[in-house]
Design a protein around this ligand. Structure first.
Ligand code: MRU
Length: 372
């Protein structure tokens, strides 16, 4: 895809005008939205070297599985701009790869750029790496658009048998902010809204980092999609009360057997959905599939700082941002960032090639080349 076509595809994906990752034509750096500042401020940061790209991923200025893959790929291209030698390439790959362990997209994107560059003479490596990073970005936009189209059909089916808006529940942020465009779990929602299908989204706040209330609610507001924020603890009761027609979530890694790893709290939603016969769909772009791992138990779960559990950040009345403690002084915290939802609780995996059953057979039928 040419760079102007990529810009067009990204603009199509993000009519509200915000973009998680952008690279000006010919630039050797990228600009990203600092997601720590949202929803109260829109701050763009320049990432111009591999070390800064690694820090942005580790400290979650950028986050979401597809986006950290894309930023990692750009970071590796920046490293090759600075030093195209084998040793520097290996060092930068290892540094970027160590930033976050759970989303397989990061390793996938880094391996892809390294493989492309390492086969070339040193003088040609950096340009080839940037081209590969651009391809990863362009493919992500196209994958999400396609996946969204398949999800739209599911929403249309629900709408056809329901009076009033379709009530969708989400978790965390699997939106445009987590990707290079469209989002994954949000792509069907954005397409349905643009097509005039009435819907309403229950946004689960997603403790401890609050990606639901900070990011998903912000995205839905930018695009004018009706939504309501609820605490994570309210979601099961809403399902039991018949207030949820369907759940759409994203994922950081899906194992060979269809087990789904996603933001902590996803498993609880899946259990509640199963108990209340609410369809539970996982939006799975193919780079997030990891057939090398037999099941969800093999997926590395990131443990983040207990401080994220013991405090919250919010906006003061006069606009500044403030961090406050919410636990007794000295309280111990534990902060696993992801959980695994067993395949049996997943109604279907929504991919760019259509809906797959959450099983090895289901995935192999749609992605035979990955199971060869
Ligand atoms: O810790 P985060 O904010 O990077 O976690 C994000 C999620 O869990 C998303 O659901 C997942 O990465 C899919 S994003 C399309």
């Amino acid at each position: 895809m040419r760079r102007d076509e990529l810009a067009e595809a990204q603009a199509d994906a993000d009519p509200a005008g915000y973009r998680a990752l952008a690279r000006a034509p010919g630039a050797r750096h990228v600009e990203v939205l600092d997601q720590r500042a949202l929803p109260h401020a829109s701050v763009t940061v320049r990432l111009g070297d591999a070390g800064t790209a690694a820090r942005a991923i580790r400290e979650m200025w950028v986050r979401g599985a597809p986006l950290i893959g894309a930023v990692g790929a750009c970071g590796l291209a920046m490293a090759l701009d600075a030093d195209p030698g084998d040793a520097a390439l290996a060092r930068a790959h290892a540094m970027l790869d160590a930033t976050r362990p759970t989303a397989v997209n990061l390793r996938w994107a880094l391996d892809r750029v390294r493989q492309r560059a390492a086969a070339l003479p040193e003088a040609a490596r950096a340009d080839a790496a940037w081209r590969e990073a651009d391809a990863i970005v362009a493919e992500d936009v196209a994958i999400n658009r396609s996946l969204g189209g398949h999800g739209l059909v599911l929403l249309e089916r629900i709408a056809a048998r329901k009076q009033g808006p379709v009530d969708v529940m989400t978790h965390c942020n699997a939106g445009a902010l987590a990707t290079c465009g469209w989002g994954t779990a949000t792509a069907p929602i954005f397409l349905a809204h643009a097509a005039g299908l009435p819907l309403h989204v229950w946004v689960s706040e997603t403790r401890p980092r609050l990606q639901g209330v900070n990011l998903t609610a912000w995205e839905l507001a930018q695009r004018g999609v009706p939504h309501t924020v609820v605490v994570d603890g309210a979601c099961a009761a809403l399902m039991r009360g018949g207030r949820v027609d369907v759940v759409f979530v994203g994922t950081d890694r899906v194992a060979r057997n269809g087990d789904v790893c996603n933001k902590i709290g996803t498993y609880g939603k899946a259990l509640a959905a199963a108990d209340n016969a609410v369809p539970f769909y996982v939006a799975l772009p193919s780079p997030t599939l990891d057939p090398a791992l037999p099941d969800g138990d093999a997926i590395p779960i990131e443990a983040r700082s207990p401080d994220e559990v013991l405090g919250v950040t919010g906006r003061e009345a006069h606009g500044g941002s403030v961090r406050v403690a919410i636990a007794p002084e000295g309280a111990r915290g534990y902060n696993p960032a992801f959980d695994v939802t067993p395949a049996r609780l997943v109604t279907g995996l929504l991919t760019e090639r259509g809906l797959a059953a959450a099983s090895e057979a289901g995935l192999a039928a749609l992605f035979p080349e990955r199971f060869a």
